[in-house]
Write a protein that binds this ligand. Structure first.
Ligand code: PRP
Length: 182
């Protein structure tokens, strides 16, 4: 009977992540100089990136989170985006920076932007650590993009597989291997 074993291939190291976040923070701080943006993270995955990013910003900001999920326990987006936690802050008239760990199909960002626009912010910019084009379904404009990754199911640094592996410090691609077992 065939056995399946998962192998992890390193895609982005913690050092590369750290360096790129510093660059993004510098760019954002420069673009939003004199402003006090509301930085909004999409739970759960983006919490890791957001906390590292805001610690490197040189401008004041407020922080809030929204909870959206689309994947359930599988590796393919269900196509449905569910919001189970709303913002606590009032963002009317505010400059918003929406922070995502990954934009894949683009559905989550699209639905989140629609949701936020109902709260009348003055502007919303999107910052995503990973821009993965392979399965893009929505035409999303990403203002600040960390890394472009073509393919693969990624885990680590906030990215999960069935809620596991978020705590890995580096980002890996999961490679399914089928071998001949007993
Ligand atoms: C992941 C990720 C993004 C979304 C991107 O969230 O954090 O929010 O998928 O995929 P998309 O562009 O195809 O919509 P998930 O729904 O797995 O929830 P999580 O953040 O709790 O892991």
């Amino acid at each position: 009977m065939a056995e399946t074993e998962n192998a992890f291939r390193l895609v982005i190291s913690r050092g590369e992540i750290e360096k790129r976040i510093s660059e993004l923070a510098e760019e954002i701080s420069r673009d939003l100089a004199g402003e006090e943006p509301v930085v909004i993270g999409v739970l759960t995955g983006a919490a890791f990136f957001l906390t590292d990013l805001v610690r490197r910003l040189t401008i004041p900001c407020r922080i809030d989170f929204i909870k959206a999920s689309s994947y359930g326990s599988g590796t393919v987006s269900s196509g449905e985006v569910r919001f189970s936690k709303d913002l606590d802050l009032d963002i009317r008239g505010a400059k918003v920076l929406l922070v995502e760990d990954i934009v894949d199909t683009g559905l989550t960002v699209k639905k989140t932007l629609d949701f936020l626009s109902g709260k009348s912010p003055s502007t919303v910019r999107v910052c995503a650590l990973i821009d993965k084009m392979e399965r893009r379904r929505e035409d999303i404009e990403i203002d600040y993009s960390g890394f472009a990754v073509e393919t693969g199911f990624l885990v680590g640094y906030g990215l999960d597989w069935d809620e596991k592996y978020r705590n890995l410090p580096d980002i890996h691609a999961v490679e399914m291997r089928t071998g001949g077992g007993a």
